[in-house]
Design a protein around this ligand. Structure first.
Ligand code: DAH
Length: 359
């Protein structure tokens, strides 16, 4: 009698297990079949009432059914797990990218490109030099004497030399000016170049970081003068800040590598704590410049009786802060993605004069 119902029971549970679509349903089936009060368990209890003969065939049959149900449950559980894993790993390579993962261009890179685009239009090409520089290129060739304060360890990062090595150590370049010398030595005059890049000084506060960026300019010819410098810089600042006719102010200054030397300010206004470039009666210092010193021309292998010209150096990070309203220089180099998303630029917007510099 027991045996009669077993086939139906087996079919019911094995079909149910195959159809189960989640682990909860499998557990319900397990309890209904082989749990303490499950159907198979109840039938096992009836074994005691059977004759020994009946028991001999019903016992193994019930045990076999129980075993089948247990292994069917385990198999189904495993295949549900595989399916869940597969669903998670499924990848559609034709799916569109996620915009939230997009990278962005750092303001320093963007501004460097903008500056290069403007100067390219004025006939300047881009030159480069090494960041680890000999002290001759970084100082001597630029007419900076050995006792000059910038050469002390306080400002300049000197590279390591072994104790028995008596050569003067190399330095991390403290400015982009040594590129002037390298370019003159290699290409001679006349020339018109800019040289953007990283420079290093031992300094750290809201407006100074130990690594920052400068852009150097150099123009040599037979009769290049300070007047040419003023025109070039006014053209540059008007294009860079996208404001026509920005005025500059030249203040007499001193740099060892230029004679005469000038610090250059651009016109601005401060009202209610708001800075506006290109209007008003205030001035903001933006760069150092001058006529290249004859000793510097000589170090570059240029005949100072034939050629003369101007040079300038300005901070890229600083003009980026002014143009894009970025308050703290240190944040430039913190690698904080939220800062980059806020101040960064879209990757495919290359600045050009005709398309608009800042995209
Ligand atoms: N090298 C100077 C600095 O780092 C900047 C500078 C001033 C560069 C005058 C020049 C120049 O080419 O003519 O502060």
């Amino acid at each position: 009698m027991i045996m009669d119902g077993l086939d139906a029971l087996k079919k019911k549970y094995l079909d149910g297990i195959m159809a189960a679509s989640e682990e909860g349903a499998l557990e319900t089936l397990r309890l209904a079949a082989i749990g303490k009060k499950g159907e198979v368990a109840m039938k096992m209890r009836e074994l005691g009432k059977m004759t020994p003969k009946e028991r001999k065939s019903a016992g193994p049959a019930l045990n076999a059914l129980k075993g089948e149900i247990i292994s069917a449950l385990a198999a189904r559980k495993a295949s549900l797990g595989d399916a869940a894993l597969e669903a998670r790993l499924w990848l559609d390579v034709t799916m569109a990218g996620r915009p939230s993962r997009q990278g962005s261009i750092h303001p320093v890179s963007q501004v460097t490109e903008e500056v290069a685009a403007i100067f390219a239009d004025l006939g300047f090409s881009v030159a480069e030099g090494p960041q680890i520089e000999s002290d001759w290129f970084n100082f001597d060739a630029l007419n900076i004497p050995p006792e000059h304060p910038t050469r002390t360890e306080m400002d300049t990062f000197y590279m390591h030399r072994d104790a028995d090595d008596t050569r003067v150590p190399n330095v991390l370049r403290t400015h982009t000016s040594p590129v002037q010398i390298r370019y003159m030595q290699e290409h001679g005059a006349p020339c018109r170049i800019i040289a953007p890049g990283r420079v290093y000084r031992a300094d750290y506060d809201q407006t100074h970081t130990p690594m920052f960026h400068q852009i150097e300019g150099l123009a040599l010819g037979r009769d290049i003068s300070m007047a040419n410098l003023k025109w070039v810089l006014e053209e540059f600042f008007s294009a860079f800040f996208e404001i026509d006719g920005i005025k500059t102010r030249f203040r007499a200054s001193h740099f060892p590598f230029t004679e005469p030397s000038a610090e250059v300010d651009i016109q601005c206004s401060w009202s209610d704590g708001q800075l506006k470039i290109g209007e008003g009666d205030d001035w903001m210092e933006v760069l150092g410049s001058g006529m290249v010193h004859p000793k510097v021309l000589a170090a570059g292998g240029i005949d100072a009786d034939k050629y003369q010209g101007f040079a300038f150096g300005m901070g890229i990070d600083r003009i980026a802060m002014l143009k894009y309203g970025i308050p703290d220089l240190r944040a430039f180099f913190d690698s904080d993605l939220r800062w980059l998303r806020h101040y960064g630029f879209r990757a495919l917007d290359m600045p050009s004069l005709h398309a608009g510099l800042s995209g």
